[in-house]
Structures are given as C-alpha cells and as structure tokens.
Design a protein. Structure first.
Length: 321
C-alpha cells in the first residue's frame, strides 16, 4: 500500500463511502516502511511553535526556484496549499518530529525558511522516518475497518480493470494468495500503487537507465502504471526524472543493495574527484547546489559516475558515507 492510498481510503470512508483496498503485501504501510519520511509544508503547528513565519506562496516560490520552474504549476499549487494542513492533520493524530525540526534543508537545496521535518519514531536507518507517519494514520484506518467502512484485502494483486463499452472503469479483477481470481465492482476506482523502483525492467523502460540501487519497497512493481495504460491512460512527466547524488553499491550486480549513502556537499566539504565512465571530470564537486550536481550526473552516460581518492584523502577527508 502506498502512503497516498491510506489517507484516500480514510477520507472517503469519513464521507460515508464504503471503501475496498487491494493490498499486495501482507501488511498495510507500503513505502512508509522504507521512506525517509521527510515532508515539508507551510503554516504548520511545528513552525508556529518556533515562531517561523511561512506561507503557501513562499513554499511555491521556493519550489520553483529550486527546480528552475520545471514542476507543473497547477500540481505544485495544489501541493503547497494542502501540505501545511496535511501536516497539521498528522500532528493532530499524534505525529511528532525531531526537536531541532523544522529545518531549511535535508538532502536537497535549501528552502528560504525552515519547513522540512522528519518524525523520529522508527528512524533506525537513514530512510526510516516514514514509520512516524504510519504510526499516526494506522490507528485511524483500523478504526474505520472496525466501523465497517474500509475493507482491506491483503496479499491480493490487482491484475486487470473492468471497463464498460463507453470506457468507464467499473471495477477491478484481483488474484488472492490462494490463486483465486475475483471481481470487485465500485462507483470509483483509484490507482494509488506507486512507482516501479523494485521492477528493474519497467524502470529502465521508463527512464532509459538501469535500476542500479535496490532500496525500494518490494511491492513497488509499477502495477498501477501498467493497469492505467491498459485502459487508455498515459504517463507524463518522465522528462523531469533526475538521479540523486549517489549511492555506494554493495557489488557490481545491479540492482544492488546500497552499501552506504554518499554524503553530499551540504553535509561535508568534498575532497574527492567525480568522473564519468570516460574518466572525465564533469562537475565542480563543491558546487553549492546539490540540484546542479544531480542534474550534471543525469547528463553523464548511463547516469554513472565514480569517486576518485588517494590514501591521504581516505585518511584525512570528512567521512563520505
């Protein structure tokens, strides 16, 4: 279950609808189990407690500045207008954050004001903060299940959509853990199964580069993307894809599990030299913008780069992972 599906089910149920959730995994929570849980929003209770002045307009301007006006303006406006109230809703339901948060930056270029936050519960790994979000919303789901307004089918895969002659989606065909094929019909169908970062073949088809690092939720197979296209839908926004700063892989067999996360220029002064597959330097390693470095990485063959160091660097430079 992707994190967007949980609140969708909750609010549909609270509006009097009967909701059926198809979940491929054996538990609810989805990518929240492996997510960093880093979220940002303007006008939150966490900002208010620290006297931080912020607004959705400032949030919008920051996003557009950081991504050089490449994000969809309509979707970005929806995001900034609802991000703060969503975080406040989480807080009302028990969500807490680190004492020193909100902050201006976390792994990406900095906001103009402190609005990034991350929950401390479950953060046993660098990408474990999603558990704090799950801890806040799971009891609400369980209450709606007990009320009979939400039904969740675990270990069940959505295999096909039921489409009428006029093109309207009427339901879904699923397969449960016993191998039984079942049909469920409803007034509305939402595809909220997330991306394909655990499906190397689909990932490379969509992005044109191999899936090097395997750190996504196992059920992130892109099923919803495939189902949507099967009934006439289409994907957009692929041209906005950009790699991250980099991972140290465990081995050369890709996708590989990460050995460590490379600390970027916001966290340490780089001593190392970055080169591409041709052995050529391609970026100013200490450039102040992580976004700039990531986009330069995305311009290199197959999005690959290597870190060159000598023994003195290894002995004396700030830790790279």
């Amino acid at each position: 279950m992707e994190d967007s599906r949980i609140p969708a089910a909750i609010f549909a149920a609270k509006r009097g609808l009967k909701v059926l959730v198809i979940e491929k995994a054996s538990v609810i929570g989805g990518t929240l189990f492996v997510s960093t849980g880093q979220i940002s929003g303007a006008g939150t209770v966490f900002q208010e407690r620290k006297g931080i002045k912020d607004s959705p307009d400032q949030h919008y301007d920051d996003i557009m500045r950081i991504n050089n006006n490449t994000s969809d303006p309509v979707l970005t406006r929806i995001l900034v207008d609802h991000a703060g109230p969503t975080i406040n809703w989480l807080a009302k339901n028990g969500y807490t954050i680190f004492e020193n948060h909100p902050v201006k930056k976390m792994a990406h270029d900095a906001f103009s004001v402190a609005r990034y936050q991350q929950g401390p519960k479950g953060t046993t790994s660098p990408w474990g903060g999603g558990i704090a979000i799950l801890n806040a919303i799971k009891p609400i789901v369980e209450q709606e299940i007990n009320n009979g307004s939400i039904t969740i089918l675990l270990e069940t895969s959505a295999n096909d959509l039921i489409q009428s002659s006029d093109g309207e989606i009427k339901g879904v065909v699923v397969e449960n853990n016993l191998g039984n094929i079942l049909e469920y019909r409803g007034e509305k169908v939402i595809l909220a199964s997330g991306g394909c970062a655990s499906n190397p073949r689909l990932y490379e088809e969509l992005h044109g580069v191999p899936l090097y690092c395997q750190m996504a939720y196992p059920q992130s197979q892109g099923a919803g993307l495939i189902l949507g296209q099967s009934v006439g839908g289409y994907l957009r926004g692929g041209e906005k894809y950009s790699p991250l700063y980099g991972m140290i892989l465990s081995d050369d067999k890709v996708p590989s599990t990460p050995y460590g996360v490379a600390r970027n220029v916001m966290e340490r002064l780089p001593w190392e030299i970055l080169v591409n597959s041709q052995g050529k330097s391609f970026v100013k390693e200490d450039h102040e913008s992580v976004d700039h470095i990531e986009h330069r990485i995305g311009e290199q063959p197959a999005h690959r780069h290597w870190t060159i160091v000598d023994q003195r660097m290894l002995d004396e430079m700030p830790e790279i992972i």
